[in-house]
Design a protein around this ligand. Structure first.
Ligand SMILES: [Zn+2]
Length: 125
C-alpha cells in the first residue's frame, strides 16, 4: 500500500481548501477549478506524495524542510489564509484533525533526535 490514510486525509483537506478559494475568487463551481488552482493542487499532491518524511509526513506549516517553490508557497499560503477560517464551519472534523497534526508536528520537531534527522535531510537537498 503506497498511501497512508493520513496522507489521503491531508490531500483531501488541502483539496477542499483550494476549492473554497477558487470558487470565491475565480468564479468556479462544484467540482471544477480554474487552470491555475488545478495546477497548484496537483503541485501540492505531488509534494505530499513525495514528502521526505513519507507516511510520517508532518503538517506542512510546521515542517522545517521547505520543499515548496517560493511562488507556490505564497499561493498556498494565500489559499490557507482565506479558506482556513471557512473550513472550520464547513468541515470542522478536517480542521480539528489538521490542528492536532500541527500540534504533534511542533512537538516532534522539538525532540532532539528528530532535529538531527531534519538536519541530515536538509543537507541532502
Ligand atoms: Zn482558481
Amino acid at each position: 500500500m503506497s498511501h497512508d490514510r493520513h496522507i489521503t486525509n491531508e490531500k483531501q483537506t488541502v483539496a477542499k481548501m483550494v476549492y473554497i478559494y477558487c470558487h470565491a475568487h475565480h468564479g468556479t463551481k462544484g467540482k471544477t477549478l480554474c487552470n491555475d488552482c488545478k495546477a497548484l493542487l496537483e503541485y501540492v499532491f505531488f509534494k505530499t506524495d513525495n514528502c521526505v518524511f513519507g507516511t510520517n509526513k508532518p503538517a506542512c506549516q510546521a515542517c522545517p524542510v521547505h520543499c515548496y517553490s517560493k511562488a507556490n508557497k505564497e499561493k498556498i499560503k494565500e489559499v490557507m489564509r482565506f479558506a482556513g477560517p471557512r473550513m472550520l464551519f464547513k468541515h470542522p472534523v478536517d480542521t480539528l484533525r489538521h490542528f492536532i497534526n500541527l500540534h504533534k508536528t511542533k512537538r516532534k520537531f522539538k525532540n532532539k533526535s528528530f532535529q538531527s534527522v531534519v538536519t541530515k535531510i536538509k543537507k541532502s537537498y
